[in-house]
Design a protein around this ligand. Sequence first.
Ligand SMILES: [Zn+2]
Length: 132
Amino acid sequence: MFCIYCGTEIPDHSKFCLECGKPVPIKIQLIKTEPPAEDILKKQVSIYWPEGYMPCNSCTIIDIRIDGQPVSSVLYGQSMAYSIPVGEHQFIFSVGINPYRYVFNLDIQNHTIITLKFDQTGTRMSMIPESL
Ligand SMILES: [Zn+2]
């Protein structure tokens, strides 16, 4: 089974996670099944564009492509959640005419928040992945 806090695989019937040390809830101890295949292959990712500097006055939407496919868009100051297969992906964020490309390896361990930040001139964007 897997620790619900850090996702580490731990022996069935463990009372504590060997990785993070947190206690395993009783009812989780009694469930000894692998998660369904879909849960193994996909991962919840939130893409967040916090308020701050903007690339231009009317640029309030960032279009998102993952592995070349248009996925959706994120609005200024908001976040969007996606289910994305685990593994390495190319992310392209387009705002105005500028595309920003990043390759990011999505692991299975944790929910991931990807924060999009522009520098103070609004011309450079960085993608800050963070696992919870
Ligand atoms: Zn753990």
